[in-house]
Design a binder for this molecule. Structure first.
Ligand code: CTP
Length: 153
């Protein structure tokens, strides 16, 4: 059983996230995804539009994903790799070289990002919208999440 581990915030879930998770899964038999908690995002100076519970539920609903854990601090990756016995850490190539120091405990692979889309870009698009419209968007994500859950039985 080859265990793959990857991490991200996965806010405003988009096609770049889907492709990253699909690619990550091809490197092993089980894919575990660390989703940044809201508190950890704050530490990173980020504020996600979608809360942790919903981001984690959306990631967990993907058929390529076997397990979701929350990522709460920068130094958690090393503990997770050891605890989960992960064989490979997969990250998008925006992180190229940043996790090479884990090569003595597992394989590290950087995969190409999908061009032309990112959460930051989507946030820019949402900027002119009112808080009511953003709240409606959040409701749509909840509906989408429930729909995917039903599809997966
Ligand atoms: N990712 C990707 N292609 C994209 C966007 C993200 O492959 N177009 C990958 C990232 O490299 C990372 C994972 O998806 O491994 C989670 O990325 P995340 O930071 O949550 O999404 P971004 O869209 O990159 O968010 P931001 O713009 O806030 O950095």
């Amino acid at each position: 059983m080859r265990i793959v581990l990857t991490y991200g915030t996965f806010d405003l879930f988009h096609i770049g996230h889907v492709r990253l998770l699909q690619r990550a899964r091809t490197f092993g038999d089980k894919l575990v995804v660390g989703v940044s908690s809201d508190k950890f995002n704050e530490e990173k100076g980020k504020k996600s539009i979608i809360c942790y519970e919903h981001r984690a539920a959306i990631v967990a609903a993907m058929k390529d994903v076997d397990d979701v854990i929350s990522e709460d601090s920068w130094n958690q990756k090393e503990t997770d790799i050891k605890k989960l016995n992960a064989d490979i850490l997969v990250m998008g190539d925006d992180w190229e070289g940043k996790f090479d120091h884990f090569r003595d405990i597992c394989e590290v692979k950087y995969v190409p990002r999908t061009h032309g889309i990112s959460t930051s870009q989507l946030k820019e698009v949402l900027k002119p919208f009112s808080s009511k419209e953003i709240s409606d968007l959040k409701d749509s994500f909840t509906t989408l999440e429930n729909f995917i859950r039903q599809l997966n039985g």
